[in-house]
Design a protein around this ligand. Structure first.
Ligand code: K7E
Ligand code: CUA
Length: 631
C-alpha cells in the first residue's frame, strides 16, 4: 500500500544519513542544529565536534507526512488521568482518535449511554497507564487492545474492528492495578500486577499490620475476559512483561521492605524481579491447591515468603521500574529507577533457577550503567536497547551484546549514545518494539514535563511526546508533540496489521441487548419508529435516523416518565454519523453508520423540547430535528 517511490525515498534518506555520519558531517552536528533551532542543547553527549549541516531538514522531512498522505504506523497511547486511549499516527504524531474507556465522554455519550453505563457501573473516571495489543506468534494479531485502570483496579478491552471498548472487568482483591501484559504466543492470558499491598481479604482486618499486607499477580483470559487465577505475593508489583513462549510472566517489585512510608520503601538497596512459572501455577490451580479470598470465587495461590515452584525472585538493585523483553525473547531487562543500571536476565536460564540448579541471581547476565533514573526500555531489533532516563532527562542507546561482554569482564563500553529529552521522560517505545518484528524505525519518549517547549497555557502544561528517528546510527529528534495528561505508555504498530471497519458490524455483544428489547417489544430495529409503554411511568422510544431526517417527527411522554430512546442509524455510508440531543435533559450521544445506541433519562417539566442531530451529516443537518412533547 505504500508507493515504491516513497520506500525509495526513505531508503535514500537513510543511506544519505549514514554517509553523512561516516564522512564526518555527523548527525551530532544535525542534532546541534536542531538544538539551536529549539533553543536547547543538541543533546548528543557522545560526540559534540560535528559541524552542523542540512541534516535536520532531512530529518524533519522524513517524519513529515504530507497532507492527504497516511502514516506508516498506528500509535496506541494510554490517556493517563483522562481515562481514555488515544490513537496517534506515526511518524506524523497527528492525534487521530480518542477512545473513551473509563471516562465520561461528552462527544460520544460514553459513560451515559445504556451500554457504557453497564460496563462502567457508576464510575466516571479512570487512570490508564498501560496499553498493549493482543498477540499471535510473537506479533500483533490486530484484534484487541487491553488497557488498565490503576485507580479502580480494572482491565478494559477495545475491539480493534470498531475501536470501541467492549469489556471492562474488575480485578478482585486488588488495588492499584498497574503493569499489564498479554501473552505473546497467542491471545491467551493477560497479566495484571497490583501495585498496592493491602490486607487480604481487605475487609477491615489487619489494618495496621503491614506485615500481613500482600499484592496480587492476576491472570485474565483475553478472549472471555474472565479472571482465571491470582498469585498472592508479599511485595509491591510494578511493571509486567511476558516471554514469547508462554512459560513465564514477570513483575518488577519495589518495596520488598514491606514499608508503608516513602522512606521505608527506599531503605533496602535490593529489590526483585519476580518470575511466575505459569505451568506450575496452573497445575496447582487445577489440582485444587488454591484458596479464595473474601467474596471472590477466583482461585488464589499463596506464594508469599520463599521462592517456590510458583515464583522466583531475581535480586536486582533498588526499586526497579520497567521490565521489557527484547525482540529475540532471550532477555528480560529491568530498569533500575533508583539504581543507575539496567539488569539483564537471561530467560533461558530460568528453567535452571526453578529446578534449583542455579541461584536466581545467576540468571543475570549484564548490568550496564545507563544513567540516573532508568524507567523503561525499548528495542530496535538490531541488538540495541533504548532506555528512558528520568532524572538525567536523556534517552540512552546501548548494545545488549556489548553489555553482556562487559559483565563478563571485557573492556567494552555498551553505551552508544545519550540524547537529551525535554523533559523527564517516563515511558519510551519503538516501532514494533514489543514484538519479534521490532523494526528500528521510530522511537517515542513520553516526557512528563514540557516546561518551555510550548506556549504557556496556564498552570497545567502539556506533556511532551518526542519522536526520534532511530533508523541510523544515532537517535535524531524529529518532533515535539504536546499531549493532554498523561499518556504513560504507548505502543507503535505497523499500519498493515490494523484493519478497522467504517460501518458498525452489529455483531458486538451490545447488539444482543438491543435485539432482546426489540424482540420483547415486537419491533424491527432497522426500520420501526414506535413509542412503547413499558408499564407505569416508563416508555421506550424506538427511532431510526437517515440523513437528514429522524424516523419520527415527534413523540409524547409525561413529565417524570423514565424514557429510553433507542436510535438506529440506517445510513450505510462511511463516516455518516448522527446523534441525538435533547435540550435541558443532558442527553447527547453519537450513533455511527448502521449502529444502534440507547440512552435512558427522565422527562423534565411539561413543555416542548426539540431533539436534534448534533453531528454534521447533511446540508439539511440543522433541520434534522423533532419535537418531544412533555405533558
Ligand atoms: Cu512508568 Cu504507570 Cu508505566 Cu508511568 S508507569 S512512567
Ligand atoms: Cu444527522 Cu446531523
Amino acid at each position: 500500500m505504500k508507493s515504491s517511490s516513497k520506500a525509495k525515498q526513505n531508503n535514500s534518506d537513510q543511506a544519505l544519513g549514514r554517509r553523512r555520519f561516516l564522512t564526518g558531517v555527523s548527525m551530532a552536528g544535525g542534532g546541534a542544529a536542531l538544538g539551536a533551532m529549539t533553543g536547547c542543547d543538541g543533546g548528543d553527549n557522545s560526540a559534540k565536534n560535528g559541524k552542523s549541516g542540512n541534516a535536520p531538514k532531512a530529518h524533519a522531512n522524513k517524519a513529515e507526512v504530507a497532507p492527504g498522505k497516511l502514516d506508516d504506523y498506528y500509535g496506541f497511547w494510554s490517556g493517563g488521568q483522562s481515562g481514555e486511549i488515544r490513537i496517534v499516527g506515526i511518524p506524523s504524531m497527528r492525534e487521530l482518535k480518542r477512545i473513551p474507556v473509563f471516562n465520561r465522554d461528552a462527544a460520544t455519550g460514553w459513560g451515559a449511554t445504556d451500554f457504557s453505563k453497564q460496563l462502567l457501573k457508576g464510575t466516571q473516571s479512570g487512570d490508564t497507564h498501560h496499553v498493549h495489543l493482543s498477540y499471535d506468534k510473537g506479533t500483533y494479531d490486530g484484534r484487541y487492545v487491553f488497557v488498565n485502570d490503576k485507580s479502580q483496579a480494572r482491565l478494559a478491552r477495545v475491539n480493534i474492528k470498531t475501536m470501541e471498548t467492549d469489556k471492562i472487568i474488575d480485578i478482585p482483591n486488588a488495588q492499584g492495578t498497574h503493569g499489564i501484559f498479554p501473552q505473546r504466543h497467542k491471545t491467551g492470558l493477560v497479566f495484571c500486577n497490583s501495585e498496592f499491598r493491602t490486607p487480604l481479604p481487605n475487609d477491615g482486618r489487619d489494618l495496621d499490620d503491614p506485615k500481613k499486607y500482600a499484592a496480587l499477580h492476576t491472570a485474565i483470559d483475553g478472549e472471555t475476559m474472565e479472571v482465571k487465577w491470582q498469585v498472592m505475593v508479599e511485595g509491591n508489583l510494578d511493571l509486567c512483561a511476558t516471554d514469547y513462549k508462554g512459560l513465564y510472566s514477570f513483575a518488577t517489585c519495589y518495596n520488598s521492605e514491606g514499608a508503608v512510608t516513602l522512606e521505608g520503601m527506599m531503605a533496602s538497596d535490593q529489590d526483585y524481579c519476580y518470575v511466575f512459572n505459569l505451568a506450575n501455577i496452573e497445575k496447582a490451580v487445577k489440582g485444587g491447591k488454591s484458596i479464595t479470598l473474601g467474596d471472590s470465587p477466583v482461585p488464589v495461590i499463596d506464594a508469599r515468603g520463599e521462592n517456590s515452584e510458583f515464583v522466583t525472585r531475581v535480586p536486582v538493585p533498588k526499586s526497579p521500574h520497567g521490565v521489557n523483553i527484547d525482540p529475540t525473547g532471550k532477555y528480560a531487562i529491568c530498569s533500575g529507577k533508583l539504581s543507575p543500571t539496567c539488569t539483564v536476565i537471561a530467560i533461558d536460564k530460568l528453567a535452571e533457577v526453578f529446578s534449583g540448579k542455579i541461584k536466581p541471581r545467576d540468571s543475570v547476565v549484564a548490568e550496564p550503567e545507563v544513567g540516573l533514573g532508568p524507567l523503561h526500555t525499548a528495542f530496535d531489533g538490531k541488538g540495541n536497547a533504548y532506555t528512558s532516563i528520568f532524572l538525567d532527562s536523556v534517552m540512552t542507546k546501548w548494545n545488549i551484546a556489548d553489555a553482556l561482554k562487559q559483565f563478563k569482564g571485557e573492556d567494552v563500553n555498551p553505551i552508544l549514545q545519550k540524547i537529551d529529552v525535554h523533559y523527564q521522560v517516563g515511558h519510551t517505545n519503538a516501532s514494533m518494539s514489543e514484538t519479534k518484528d521490532a523494526d528500528g524505525k521510530w522511537l517515542v519518549a513520553l516526557c512528563k514535563f514540557s516546561k518551555d517547549r510550548f506556549l504557556n497555557v496556564g498552570c497545567l502544561h502539556p506533556e511532551n511526546d518526542q519522536l526520534f528517528d532511530i533508523s541510523g546510527e544515532k537517535m535524531k529528534l524529529v518532533h515535539d508533540g504536546p499531549t493532554f495528561p498523561e499518556p504513560h505508555d504507548a505502543v507503535i504498530v505497523k499500519s498493515d496489521l490494523i484493519h478497522p471497519t467504517s460501518i458498525q458490524p452489529r455483531t458486538d455483544d451490545r447488539f444482543k441487548m438491543y435485539a432482546d428489547w426489540a424482540k420483547e417489544d415486537g419491533v424491527n430495529l432497522m426500520k420501526d419508529n414506535k413509542v412503547i409503554a413499558k408499564g407505569p411511568g416508563k416508555v421506550r422510544v424506538y427511532m431510526t435516523s437517515m440523513a437528514p431526517k429522524f424516523g419520527m417527527n415527534e413523540f409524547q411522554v409525561k413529565s417524570g416518565d423514565e424514557v429510553q430512546v433507542i436510535i438506529t442509524n440506517q445510513d450505510n455510508v462511511e463516516d455518516l454519523s448522527h446523534g441525538f440531543c435533547v435540550p435541558q435533559h443532558d442527553v447527547n450521544f453519537l450513533v455511527n453508520a448502521q449502529d444502534t445506541q440507547s440512552y435512558t433519562f427522565v422527562a423534565g417539566k411539561p413543555g416542548l423540547y426539540w431533539y436534534y442531530c448534533p453531528w454534521f451529516c447533511h446540508a439539511l443537518h440543522l433541520e434534522m430535528r423533532g419535537r418531544m412533547m412533555v405533558s
